[in-house]
Write a protein that binds this ligand. Structure first.
Ligand code: AHG
Ligand code: MN
Ligand code: MN
Length: 359
């Protein structure tokens, strides 16, 4: 049945042929696929598996942990700790990096991951995912926290799995972005979406609109213009989608274009950003850039942000290039004070959007 089909291990071995540690990187990514298969099996069982619901504990970010957050975290650790390929691992669900048990050989890579992205969606049977990022560890000895704090540009591989109607993995090792679909009967990921490309233009955007009044003016401007559609400055109608699982929103963007935003907001002044740099924004940014898209904080390329802490958060805007460039421009114009009032009647003084937002 495998004839003519490319399995993920064959694909990775071929893409990473060459120096020794490239073969190790391929082997590490294959270990990650083993964890993904275990998580796919748990998520697919749903209520029948007894895995749903919360644990009554909180992670380092103060978020309630779902049973599956912790089970998925353990699945990744178990699949990747034994092979002599990683020097350490860090995850959304662990305050400090995971130190490998003494019996296991140390490898050349650091694995940073979000074991279950969108886990608030798990109890309602909506797609969730796993996001991972691989960095190099060139020092001898167990890594300290600071060894993990490398900008995303230094990632040697990144990817995500999406547990949807089908389970897929999307991976980059810096040579394009490629998608694989899990064939459950043979238990292997098969290359189904080689060389994914995000169209440069789009009329679809994703954002949690309930935060609108807390966004910064450049994001309010962008969204207001999209919503004004044909009658506004943009001169065309836009469509919105919001799944609240970043992997699922990003996957749609890889399949048909669009942009995803989780910008700064002033809802909780102690938490101006939602998404974490090292295991959400960075790996997704690399995947998106490798597919021809762009990923920005609005003021900087995400991949160039140097992390100051393992669980640091950042504003995220990514997807179709021309729209992300427009958002960057709106931020620049706002910061420079040359953000002209809109021509749209929505922005006249006595309108809904007048006054406070334009101050
Ligand atoms: P996680 O489940 O790993 O904490 O991440 C969820 C993230 C992301 O997937 C999604 O886009 C965003 O949180 C949704 O957050 P809100 O529902 O709070 O807007
Ligand atoms: Mn997440
Ligand atoms: Mn998570």
């Amino acid at each position: 049945m495998l004839q003519g089909r490319t399995t993920i291990s064959k694909f990775l071995i071929e893409q990473l042929r060459g120096a020794d540690d490239q073969a190790d990187l391929a082997a590490l990514l294959v270990d990650v696929t083993a964890a993904v298969k275990a998580i796919a099996s748990m998520t697919a069982k749903g209520a029948l598996g007894g895995y749903l619901g919360s644990l009554g504990t909180e992670n380092v970010q103060g978020e309630t942990q779902k049973k599956l957050d912790v089970l998925s975290n353990n699945a990744v650790i178990q699949a990747c700790e034994w092979g002599g390929l990683v020097a350490g691992m860090a995850s959304e669900e662990m305050e400090e990096p995971y130190v490998l048990p003494r019996q296991f050989e140390r490898g050349a890579f650091l694995l940073v991951f979000d074991p279950l992205d969108g886990s608030s969606n798990i109890d309602v049977n909506v797609s969730v995912g796993t996001i991972f990022s691989v960095l190099r560890h060139s020092k001898i000895g167990d890594p300290s926290v600071t060894d993990y704090l490398r900008p995303g540009i230094e990632q040697v591989a990144a990817g995500y799995a999406i547990y949807g109607p089908s389970t897929m993995m999307v991976i980059t090792v810096g040579k394009g972005t490629h998608g694989f679909t899990l064939d459950r009967e043979i238990g292997n990921f098969i290359l189904t979406h080689p060389d994914l490309k995000i169209p440069e233009d789009t009329t679809e955007f994703a954002i949690n609109a309930s935060n609108e009044r807390f966004w910064e003016p450049p994001v309010q401007r962008y969204v207001a213009e999209c919503k004004a559609g044909k009658t506004g400055d943009r001169g065309c109608d836009f469509n919105t989608r919001w799944i609240a699982s970043m992997v699922a929103d990003v996957h749609r963007i890889l399949m048909r274009g669009g942009i995803f935003m989780y910008p700064k907001d002033a809802k909780d002044p102690g938490k101006p950003w939602r998404l974490r740099l090292m295991y959400e924004a960075n790996p997704i940014a690399l995947i998106v850039e490798q597919a021809g898209g762009a990923a920005s904080t609005g003021r900087a390329r995400i991949l160039e942000v140097t992390p100051a802490a393992l669980h640091q958060r950042v504003p995220v805007m990514l997807g179709s290039k021309n729209e992300i460039e427009r958002l960057d421009r709106y931020h620049r114009e706002y910061d420079n004070g040359d953000d002209k009032p809109f021509a749209s009647p929505l922005f006249k003084d006595r309108s809904l959007y007048g006054g406070e937002n334009r101050a």
